[in-house]
Design a binder for this molecule. Structure first.
Ligand code: WTA
Length: 650
């Protein structure tokens, strides 16, 4: 990536903005020079039941311990709802836009309050208590937000599982956190197609049961009214239960460091980790970044197109915007249904001011042609955001020029499930933009680049991205496995949080994320471990061994390339290829579909049996001229076969 031309802050952005460049610099300086003072002040942005006196307690060494505002008490749902009732009870909190363009709903803060209170009582009536884990497997409907907020209100810990995950994946997540209460819907609806959520839940519960966790209750929202199986005494209709429940519910006083949610995410090795976020610090950070990064003003209509099943949906559809009293739009559908102009029709229909989406959507819509965009007005737009993967400068320029008409800032926000909120980003009124760069650190964030030996790199440099100090939104542990937390994030470079991303810093101090340096894939902004796809493949009877790598993909950012060694005597046919694709979809979910499968009689291994992925990546990228040193391979001849049969010939 090169330094393409700079888009300076336009006068109109600066005029509207909460933060200009001088303010950014002054606040940033203070935030790193005096983090205690800075966060003591900004910690007050949320409402406390018991004020805090302690601010930051950080230990990135040995056993790692992170606490923020530890002696304070608060409730996240009260901050997102009750707090606004007096001043904005009749303001719309959630605009819901259905998959079908004729379906929509507006929920005021007062209505949100009633729905969440009733659901809180349903949870309590079924014995859900503080600290209990509740699994939420839902389509993008307001009830998904009610479910999260009701958990927060009673102090239960939610684990939202993306509706695109398979029964196996759902079961694994239910078992890992020992969750016996599940909230789901009969079916989801996306792009006119039904998603069998209840049927998947039924299967998942069976699998979980065989693995030692007996789900006791399933609360089912009626979304489509489709046919579903029903288990008496276990399944409960949502609409019946909330109707019976009392609309009065006092929020629990939670300790700042009580868990708020678990969200499973993929790493380089092993099964997905339960990233644990806690109460107060998370909310302070999510709400503060939502306000300043999107330059959110009272009355703005804000739309993030993510799914609540991912962290972006947690922090920037539900918690950040609602804590700020915003109107947040929830979209059930997909960008190309009924046609590729849908997003812009919705922008006009609801007069959206702030729009936040992923590069993969931008690239796909760019391919569908400008006419879908230009037939809408989009005059309401004030800020555009991007998240989830590196955005290539071409897509950035298209977003800026065609979608924004060259008049709206684009904030390319870098962060992770683990970080809880945005860490590196432009601020609309403060930061000159460079297409492809996430630009500068948010307040309190201290990025550092190190080489592979851990040597700190100064000035313009290319290296591994670490963060050297804590911020309130940081994850606190891996649920049930603190040792894994320490190992994964704090052992590669001692005393620092290692992000797993590669990054370049240019001469202006701007950060350019270059992508993962570990074995994590980012496919259309969906994060998964190569190890997960590999274990899905080898669980098929025909497969003896598999190695999976990513390769550059025009729309998805990365595609999934699988090298598969078959069992003796089994032939690699087209039918088997299809069967393996279907198998991976069943094991993980449709978003993990392999793009390429290459039959590999052998894999390139060192003499100690380690697969040399560097070589596999090069072959998948069709860059086999630059394979580097292959002399350490146990059998260099396997490489010739792999090169000859590569699936990505340019
Ligand atoms: C990548 C999503 C470049 C990165 C919020 C990170 C990005 C991973 C950007 C986290 C960005 C996210 N530019 N890369 N603006 N945002 N990433 O946990 O590799 O689903 O480590 O969180 O996505 O993905 P996750």
């Amino acid at each position: 990536m090169t330094d393409t031309h700079v888009h300076p802050v336009q006068p109109a952005w600066r005029e509207r903005a909460l933060i200009d460049d001088a303010t950014y610099r002054a606040w940033y300086e203070r935030s790193v020079a005096d983090p205690e003072g800075f966060w003591a002040e900004h910690g007050k942005r949320i409402q406390w039941m018991v004020p805090f006196s302690r601010v930051k307690e950080k230990n990135f060494d040995e056993n790692v311990s992170i606490k923020w505002f530890a002696d304070g008490q608060t409730n996240v749902a009260a901050n997102c709802i009750d707090r606004h009732l007096a001043s904005r009870g009749d303001q719309v909190a959630i605009i819901w836009e259905g998959d079908d363009p004729n379906e929509q709903k507006k929920v005021t803060y007062r209505e949100l309050h009633e729905s969440v209170c009733r659901l809180s009582n349903v949870l309590k009536d079924h014995g859900v208590n503080r600290g209990d884990r509740v699994t939420i497997y839902m389509p993008m409907i307001p009830e998904a937000a009610y479910a999260m907020l009701a958990c927060a209100r009673v102090g239960a810990v939610h684990s939202v599982v993306f509706g695109g995950f398979s029964p196996d994946a759902l079961a694994g997540r239910i078992v890992d956190c020992g969750s016996t209460f599940v909230i789901t819907a009969d079916e989801g609806l996306r792009g006119g197609r039904k998603v069998p959520l209840k049927a998947n839940t039924d299967k998942a519960i069976e699998i979980a049961g065989n693995n030692g966790v007996a789900v006791e209750k399933v609360l089912v929202v009626k979304r489509t009214g489709g046919d579903i199986a029903w288990r008496e005494n276990r399944d409960v209709w949502y609409h019946e239960a909330v109707e019976r429940a009392s609309p009065v519910s006092e929020p629990e006083a939670m300790n700042a460091e009580d868990p708020l949610f678990i969200l499973y995410t993929s790493g380089s090795t092993g099964k997905p980790k339960g990233v644990l976020h806690t109460t107060a610090g998370y909310l302070v950070y999510a709400s503060m970044t939502h306000q300043y990064v999107f330059d959110y003003h009272d009355g703005d209509i804000y739309w993030c197109t993510a799914d609540v099943g991912w962290v972006t949906g947690h922090s920037y559809i539900v918690y950040g915007p609602l804590a700020n009293g915003a109107t947040t739009l929830m979209f059930e559908g997909v960008p190309n249904y009924p046609d590729a102009g849908r997003l812009w029709q919705v922008v006009d229909k609801h007069q959206v001011n702030i729009f936040y989406t992923a590069p993969t959507a931008i690239r796909a819509l760019m391919g569908a042609g400008d006419a879908h965009v230009t037939k809408s007005s989009r005059a309401s737009l004030k800020v555009l955001g991007s998240v989830g993967e590196p955005i290539n400068p071409e897509a950035w320029e298209w977003y800026f020029n065609v979608v924004g008409g060259g008049k709206v800032p684009v904030v390319d926000t870098w962060w992770q499930t683990e970080t809880g909120g945005i860490l590196i980003t432009p601020l609309p009124g403060a930061t000159d933009l460079k297409p492809g760069s996430a630009t500068r650190p948010f307040f309190g964030i201290k990025p550092q680049l190190v080489d592979n030996d851990g040597q700190v790199l100064e000035g313009a440099a290319d290296g591994n991205l670490c963060i050297t100090d804590s911020w309130p939104g940081q994850m606190r542990t891996v649920y049930g496995d603190h040792e894994r937390f320490v190992q994964t994030y704090f052992s590669t470079y001692k005393g620092k949080y290692f992000t797993g991303d590669g990054c370049r810093r240019d001469a202006d101090g701007y950060y350019w994320i270059t992508g993962r340096v570990d074995d994590v894939l980012n496919v259309s902004g969906h994060r998964m471990g190569t190890a997960e796809v590999e274990s899905a493949l080898v669980s098929h009877d025909a497969v003896s061994e598999a190695a999976v790598v990513g390769y550059p993909h025009d729309i998805k950012g990365q595609g999934i390339y699988c090298y598969v060694t078959l069992m003796n005597g089994i032939e690699g046919t087209e039918d088997l290829r299809k069967e393996l694709v279907a198998h991976v979809r069943k094991e993980i979910g449709p978003f993990a579909s392999p793009d390429k499968i290459q039959w590999a009689p052998g894999l390139p291994k060192t003499r100690s049996g380690k697969i040399m992925r560097r070589i596999l990546r090069k072959i998948a990228e069709d860059e086999f001229g630059a394979l580097g040193d292959t002399s350490t391979l146990a059998d260099p001849a396997v490489v010739d076969d792999l090169v000859a049969n590569r699936q990505n010939k340019k």
